[in-house]
Design a protein around this ligand. Sequence first.
Ligand SMILES: [Fe+2]
Length: 138
Amino acid sequence: MPMHPTGPARKGVGTLSLANTIQDADWKKEKHVPVIEVPESVTAGEPAAIAVSVGKEIPHPNTPEHHISWMKLYFHPEGGGFPVEIGDYRMLAHGEAGEVSAEPAIEARVTFGKPGMLQALSYCNLHGLWQSEVQLTL
Ligand SMILES: [Fe+2]
């Protein structure tokens, strides 16, 4: 039977929502949760340094067998609308050659025109997806 996106072969697609697989917790107690750090004062129209990291309180392993593969940063503008993907950050070295590791910590320079919510996602190759969010005020 030929595969077709709307045909019977696709029955059941959509019953697994990615959102239902994302875990959340207090980053001070759970090492997988991304930490979003925003400057005390952010001005509309001026670049702000937004930091995202995993393991700020409790270090996460960074080995070929167990590591944070990627992090993403999104902005949800006040008033609704679709989320804006600000950045996609991949950590590709995890102890290569016994000494090179990309740490799951980035700093993005971002200019905002309106307030909203910042959301970060992190992905551990063994423990899945994690998220956190913070309010951005201008
Ligand atoms: Fe992990």
